[in-house]
Every structure is written in C-alpha cells, then in structure tokens.
Design a protein around this ligand. Structure first.
Ligand code: PEP
Ligand code: MG
Length: 746
C-alpha cells in the first residue's frame, strides 16, 4: 500500500516536472498542473492561489471550480481557510469545511458542494508564494499520507517557480510574487544608498526538484549528512578555545545534525519523489513554519541553526560554493547574516551599502563600514531569506530602514533624499578650506577619527585639521595573526606621510571588551566592557604594546609623534605606559636611530575616575582626549552595545554636561590640551553644545566635519552658552530642546 502511494506520488512529480519541458505560457502550465494533481489525488477540485501582494491571494488556476472565478476571486491574508494556510504556513485539513472556524463562502467559485478541504502552503525557505488546495464532495478528512503527499507537490511547485516555470503572462508568478518588503533594523552607519542586492552567501539553486531514483537520492543525502556530521564533530574537537556561547551553538548544531527524525523525514520526501536537494528544502521550510509559530524564544533562535545546517547540506549536495560565478552588480549592496571586518574590507569602497541580520554598533564590521563611510543597517531580521541577487534595494542608514524591491513611489522619495544629501555634501565641500570659526571669531579645531588605510583619502577631502584619534586596533582586528613590527611601522609611516605635517594622535591598542582579536584567546568575562581591556592588557602583557611603540617611533622618522593610551582609569597606568614609551625612545637613541623630534603623550579619559585624578596627573599629560562613547556608558551605567539602553540617556543631559564642563575646567587650570573624540563629537547639535561649553578640539568621522563646521560658522558660541545656562537654570533635564529651538530661531 505504502509502495503504491510512493509510486503514485513519483509518477505525479515526474509529470509535473515534464510540464517544464512543454511549450506554452505560465497560465497553461498552471492549468495543466491543477488537472494533473486532481487526477492523481482523486479529488474533484485542485486550485492554486498565489500572492498578488503581501496581503492578497488570488485564485490563479483551478480544476473543478468555476473557471470564470480564475483571477477574479481574491482574499486577504488570514481570511478564510486559504488565507489561514497562507498566514500560518501550516496545512488545514477538514472533512467539513463550512463548519471550520474562519470559513468564508465564495459563491463565485461554486465551491459550496465540496465538503472536504485540504490546503497546504506553497513556500520555499521562508518565502511564501501561495496555497495549493484540493477539495472533494465526500465529507472525509484527508489521510496523513495525502497531506504529506500534497506538501511534497507544493514543494515542487515552489521550486518550479524559482526556476521561472510560470513567468510570462497574467497567470505568471515569476516576478509578480517578489513584493516590496521593508525591514526595520538599527543604524550601523549613517547615509543613504540605492543599489542591487549582492548576497555574501548566495542561496543554493536547486535545478531539479524531482528525483528519478529514490535509492540513489537517499544514498546522496546520507553521504552528505555524514560529511556534515563529521565537519561539526571536527569543529567541536577544535572548540576548546571557544567561548561558552560558541560551544553551545555547536552543540545545538550537533544535536540537530544527528537527529534521526530530520534525516528520516527527508528520506520519506525522497520516497515520494523529491530529489535530495528538494527534500532538504522542504524539511527546512516545514520546520521553519513550525518554529516561527513557537512563542519559545530559544526555539525560534534555533531557526538560525536549522538554516545554517540546511544550507551547508545543500552546498554539499549541489557542490555549489559561495562563489557562484555571478558578477557583482552595479552599485552593489551587500546583504549578509553577518560579515567579518577583513571580508568587508576586501569588498572595500565598491559597496554602496551593507545590510546585516546580526552585527552590533561596535562590531568590527560596523567599524569598517564607518571607516569606508558605507551606509550600514544592522539587525535587519530575515533579510537574507527575502533578498535575491540583483533585487533593487534602498538602504537608509539614518533611520535603520531597508526597502527591498521598493514601490516606485518609495524609490522616488528616497532618491530625493539622496540628492538632497549629495547637495548638502557639495555645500560642505566648499567649506573645506575655511576654518570652523563662529560669528565672534572663536575657532574650533575639527579633526577626524581614522584607523584604516581606507581613511587616508578623507584627510584631504574632509578638510580635517589632522587625525584626533587613530584607532590602531583595527589593523589587529582585520588580520588573522599578530601584525609584525615592520608592517606596522610601514603603515604608521604612510599615515604620518598622508597627514603632511598635520598632527596624528595614535591611540595604542584598545582590545578586549567588544574588540576581540581572532588570534587571542577570548576571555570569559561577565562584564567585558569593564574587564581586561585596553591599557590593562597592554600593561599586563607588555610585549605587543612595546612592539607597537617601537613601530610608532620608527614610523615617525624623526618627525613629531603623538601617542595616547586608552582607558586610563588611574594615574599609575598612565605613568607606567608613558615610561615604557620613553624607554623605547631612549633605546632607539642608543642604537643611533632617529627619534621623534617632539613627543606628545596623552591619555584617553573614558572612566569617570580620571576626571578626579590629582593635578600631578594632568601636569604629566601633554593632552587628554575624552572618549565619550565609553565615558558616557560608565557615567550613566548604560551599556553602549545594548540597543535597549544605549539611547536611553541624552548626551545633552545637564548632569553629563556638568561633568564635561568640570573636565574642561581641570584641563584649563592645568594647561592641558583637551579634545573630545567619541561619536557624539560628530553630531552637529552635540558638537555645538560642547564647543559652547569650551571644548576647542573635536574629533569625528570625516563625513561629519562639513555639517559640524557649517553649523559652527552660523552661530555665536557665547550666545549659545547663555541659552544653555538659561535652560540649566530653569531646571531642564536636557538642554537639547533649548539648543534646537534657539538654532531654529537663528
Ligand atoms: C570612545 O570610547 O569614545 C572612543 C573613542 O573609543 P572607542 O569608541 O574606540 O572605544
Ligand atoms: Mg573607548
């Protein structure tokens, strides 16, 4: 009996596949398919409903219902039994359709005489295409085998869609089903871009959904599963150095890869006529639909594992690697689950934008995207499931929004926005040669933050007065091994050369916390941001810091050198680090090598403690730079990496401003140069407020220099200071409202 069912199913699938080879348009094929299915399943009715837009399904072909209703009958997602199947992605099977909750009677179709109803989703890895329905007169529920069989048929229809079987006329579902989708993520890097999707890991194309020889297909599947299991076991053996979370993920993979149920279900699909690849995809889609319904966050998290394993299995089966030979489209926008900094750098400025499902503001990829000034949206959930290579895509890095296959009206509005930004950039470019001077003649020095060679061209184009923060750790993060002294010296020299005499403040290695270098054993720390990081690592394991200092000294070739140490929390740390630098200079000198003409040594003020250090500390510093990103997170006790809290407290909160003012006062009293180099320095309102409070050097990403300068030149900072003081006297919690209202009135 089982054998008979399998043979029937295989015959049906083969016939479906053969329709691919028949001439005729998409509608002819759809009509033929409904006929074949009704015949094979012994039902009076078979219908195919397809999405016309994300909310509407349309009857596109039928055997048994009123032919006049085709392309006339439509329903909303969730409406009626068909709408329910589409919404949930789960089959509906009933012997008495009219009594089912949510049943909606559609007189145009003539379906009132059919009592039983079986509907299954037509979907492909999370992409919902429509619903396949069979109906018959006798009031009986369909058997489990029949449900299963229809799901397999639906899978083949979905794969045929992917292969373009139904494109061509009004019944076509080739491109019409690719609707506009909007993703709401978070800002990784501001800016707007329009382009074409480039999938970092393209989806596998299943060329043949139907298998001719079930035994051969099962053998292929089992071999691929064995290889996959062996890979995962190997990874687990090598996982000793991984952190707990990574190991847990691998363990979960292992469980899934060894799950008998998973392999058994795929073998059953093959028995019914699917190819091994299509069986993997069917199992992935069905499990997805189930997991997505789950309210258990842990289970939903497992979606990633499932997708990952299925994709690996598909690549093993098809032999398709990540490189499909496809050419990078014009204006490529990279879409990926996540990407490493080195890979992103490889693409370089070719990319117009980047959209990631994961990532974080402080992730290395985000840092690289920022350095390259590429708009980046992170946390765009499920974008890799929806996007296909070549799809039109709009990236709004300012709002953290992505439009995939946008409506023309949305694309039009977006282009206006890009044009306006380009217009503004042109205006800012005209300001390049003029100083950031307010109306009363007060000058503010605007410097840029950098960390990659890719940043260097910005030194000229932005009009920066120099590099206020060179994050040296980026060179460590993008490599798979510790860079050598010679390499670093050559690189630092190129930076100093590019600055053409303008100052460059090199910050020594700031690793730990969110910045994990691949070749250092990760530390399992409960609070890495407050853990073993930055100067703490440098002093405890001085080898790398010493090598870096030597590289800096050599790179200077006798020219002036500025070095600052990150995350100084107590004067001792600064004194020890400074002594180390001086010792290295002495050593070079005894070796008769050139030493920097003028050495300036500074500290980054990133912990509140340092603001209260004794005067002797300030006297020992040549300059201090406020690392506002860290300082703010410790001031408000709000993790800068945590989306829930990182925007909770305003930088213009009067308490924080009072603290900044106190730091300014201490630096002034001790005659120490002070700058601010956190991200806030590049936000025009924040920058203006800091300048009004007396900060005379701001270091920011290059793209912010124009807008900040533009604003400074339009105001009188002393008047703004009065506005700020008045707001504080009134008891405002933040001066933001007062500052923006005043600016608007100018
Ligand atoms: C800061 O903390 O403000 C800073 C500039 O350092 P980073 O962002 O690299 O930690
Ligand atoms: Mg910092």
């Amino acid at each position: 009996m089982v054998e008979r069912r399998d043979t029937d199913s295989r015959t049906l699938l083969r016939r479906l596949r053969d329709t691919l080879a028949t001439p005729g348009g998409g509608q002819d094929r759809l009509d033929h398919i409904t006929h074949l299915i009704a015949d094979s399943m012994h039902t009076q009715v078979c219908s195919i409903y397809l999405f016309r837009d994300p909310e509407t399904l349309e009857l596109c072909a039928t055997e048994g219902l009123n032919p006049e209703a085709v392309h006339q009958v439509r329903m909303r997602l969730g409406e009626g039994l068909v709408g329910r199947v589409a919404r949930t992605g789960v089959a509906v099977n009933t012997g008495d359709a009219p009594s089912e909750p949510g049943f909606r009677y559609m007189p145009e179709t003539g379906e009132e005489i059919y009592s039983s109803f079986l509907g299954v989703p037509i979907q492909r890895v999370g992409e919902k295409l429509g619903v396949l329905v069979v109906q018959s007169r006798e009031a009986r529920e369909f058997s489990e085998d029949e449900v299963y069989g229809l799901e397999v048929v639906a899978m083949v229809i979905a794969e045929m869609t992917e292969l373009g079987a139904f494109t061509g006329d009004q019944g076509g579902i080739g491109s019409a089903h690719r609707f506009p989708v909007m993703f709401r993520g978070a800002t990784g890097q501001e800016g707007a871009a329009e382009g074409r999707v480039w999938l970092h890991e393209p989806r596998v194309v299943v060329a043949n959904p139907v298998g001719d020889d079930p035994d051969a297909e099962k053998a292929r599947l089992e071999e691929a599963v064995a290889t996959l299991q062996a890979h995962i076991d190997e990874m687990l053996i090598g996982s000793a150095a991984m952190d707990k979370e990574q190991r847990q993920i691998l363990e979960a993979y292992k469980m899934l890869a060894h799950s008998r149920g998973w392999v058994r279900r795929m073998c059953e699909d093959i028995d019914l006529g699917l190819s091994a690849e299509a069986a993997v995809e069917k199992e992935q889609s069905t499990a997805r639909a189930r997991l997505e319904q789950s309210t258990d966050a842990y289970l939903r998290e497992r979606l990633h594992d499932l997708d990952d394993l299925s994709n690996r299995l598909l690549r093993l089966l098809t032999g398709q690697g990540k490189d499909t030979g496809a050419e990078l489209p014009e204006n490529p926008v990279l879409v990926a689950r996540n990407i490493g900094p080195a890979e992103l750098l490889d693409y370089g400025r070719k990319l117009k934008g980047v959209v990631l499902e994961e990532g974080s503001v402080g992730s290395h990829a985000a840092i690289v995207a920022r350095a390259l000034a590429i708009p980046l949206v992170i946390h765009a959930a499920r974008v890799t499931n929806e996007a296909l290579n070549g799809d039109q895509i709009l990236v709004d890095g300012d709002q953290g929004i992505v439009h995939l296959r946008p409506e023309e009206s949305v694309a039009g509005a977006f282009r206006d926005k890009i044009a306006m930004q380009a217009e503004a950039q042109k205006r800012y470019a005209d300001l390049r040669g003029v100083p950031a001077q307010d109306k009363s003649g007060q000058n503010v020095s605007l410097m840029m933050n950098a960390g990659l060679m890719a940043d260097l061209p910005s030194l000229n184009s932005s009009g920066a007065d120099g590099v206020g923060l060179f994050r040296t750790e980026l060179q460590f993060l993008i490599r798979s091994r510790v860079p050598r002294r010679g390499e670093l010296a050559a690189l630092y020299k190129r930076v100093i050369d590019a600055a053409q005499g303008a100052p460059v403040q090199f910050r020594t290695l700031d690793i730990g916390s969110d910045k994990v270098v691949p070749y250092m054993k990760p530390q399992e720390e409960p609070n890495p941001a407050m853990g073993w990081r930055a100067i703490r690592v440098g002093l405890d394991k001085p080898g790398v810091l010493r090598m870096q200092l030597q590289a800096l000294i050599r790179a200077s070739e006798g020219r002036p050198l500025s070095v600052m140490f990150p995350f100084i929390a107590a004067p001792d740390e600064f004194n020890t680090a400074k002594a180390m630098l001086m010792r290295e200079i002495d050593r070079e000198s005894t070796l008769n090598r050139p030493v920097p003409r003028d050495v300036r040594v500074g500290a980054m003020l990133e912990t509140p403690s340092l603001a209260f250090a004794p005067d002797s500390f300030f006297a020992a510093c040549d300059f201090i730079s406020i690392g506002g990103n860290d300082l703010k997170q410790f001031f408000f006790a709000a993790d800068r990496e945590n989306e829930r809290v990182r925007r909770r407290y305003d930088t213009l909160d009067v308490s924080f401003l009072a603290f900044i003012e106190a730091i300014i006062a201490r630096c002034n009293a001790n005659d120490v140069a002070l700058s601010f180099c956190g991200e806030d320095a590049g936000r025009p309102i924040e920058a203006l407020t800091f300048a009004a409070l007396g900060l005379r050097t701001l270091s920011m990403r290059p793209a912010s220099i124009g807008p900040v300068k533009h604003l400074i030149r339009r105001v009188d900072l002393a008047v703004l200071k009065q506005v700020i003081d008045a707001a504080r006297a009134r008891g405002d919690q933040s001066v933001r409202h007062a500052v923006t209202a005043w600016l608007a009135s100018q």
